[in-house]
Design a protein around this ligand. Structure first.
Ligand SMILES: C[S@@+](CC[C@H](N)C(=O)[O-])C[C@H]1O[C@@H](n2cnc3c(N)ncnc32)[C@H](O)[C@@H]1O
Length: 272
């Protein structure tokens, strides 16, 4: 009897499978937010979204729902979605008490038809925090958002900064001895940027299964929004402030040692 061999997973399917596998680990480690979220991402997201009480907000690729809960706490009514069912299970478990303000859905943000089917009353704003680089395609999302947002509605997204924090960058520390003693300078080396490319990596140290990152140059990324009729009207580059912990424990991790180099970028686009 002829047995057909299984088809290899597409990059998109592999990404979904990895996020389902990693969901429990992510939920436990991320909880209600780490330093990246609390220091770098959320303050800029909150400023750029400028949520008004009663706003209807779409949270795309919501993970364990940590931003959905923060948006609800600001008075928004939130539709939060993610393509990993296991992640949505964790989000629901963490959101007891939010049932009147957050609705969770399993939804693939590369599926334009599924997104536009959310329809109904237009959204005042949409958020996609630290996930566009997980998506094999982003044009469908921008096209769908052009229909789902009210005129003037904003789409805020946070990213690993594509120039300084992409799969083709490395960290280095160089120590030299001079008159005043030894000095250590921390640097980021950039080996790739212009060409869209994929690479496996991890979002959290010791993550069970590495997943695929879809790197895009900033111009490529924003072009997807421009083509769908969006303009950029807000942008923040976020670095850890200079401080007293110059990477003491992990000298090559993002920290105050790199206060001149932003690992995160947060962008607001608006329907023009
Ligand atoms: C780095 S996590 C960020 C989660 C959350 N936004 C946060 O800030 O905590 C990336 C999330 O994107 C989701 N994701 C990746 N590709 C997706 C897609 N095509 N559609 C929907 N969700 C997706 C993953 O399942 C994962 O939950």
């Amino acid at each position: 009897m002829h047995q057909s061999s299984p088809q290899p997973l597409t990059a998109h399917e592999e990404t979904r499978s990895a996020w389902n596998t990693n969901a429990a680990f992510w939920d436990e480690r991320m909880g209600e937010g780490n330093d990246f979220v609390n220091v770098l991402i959320w303050p800029a997201v909150q400023r750029l979204l400028d949520i008004q009480p009663g706003a209807r907000v779409l949270d795309i690729a919501c993970g364990n729902g940590l931003t959905a809960r923060r948006l609800a706490d600001l008075g928004a009514t939130v539709v939060a979605s993610d393509f990993a069912e296991t992640m949505i299970d964790h989000a629901r478990q963490r959101s007891a008490g939010y049932s009147a303000r957050i609705t969770y859905q399993v939804l693939d943000a590369t599926d334009e038809a599924a997104l536009t089917a959310l329809g109904g009353k237009p959204f005042d704003a949409a958020l996609c925090s630290m996930a566009l680089f997980d998506m094999a395609e982003i044009d469908p999302l921008f096209r769908a958002l052009a229909q789902l947002l009210r005129p003037g509605g904003s789409f805020v997204f946070s990213l690993m900064h594509p120039c300084f924090n992409n799969p083709f960058t490395t960290h280095s520390a160089e120590t030299s001895n001079g008159k005043g003693g030894s000095t250590t300078r921390y640097a980021v080396k950039v080996y790739g940027y212009m060409t869209a490319a994929t690479a496996h990596g991890t979002a959290l140290r010791n993550q069970p299964q590495p997943h695929i990152y879809f790197h895009r140059a900033l111009s490529t990324l924003l072009e997807s929004g421009f083509c769908a009729g969006f303009v950029v009207d807000g942008l923040e580059e976020r670095a850890f402030p200079p401080g007293d912990d110059p990477a003491a424990n992990q000298p090559l991790s993002w920290s105050s040692a790199y206060s001149e180099i932003p690992p995160v970028m947060v962008v607001r686009m608006r329907r023009s």
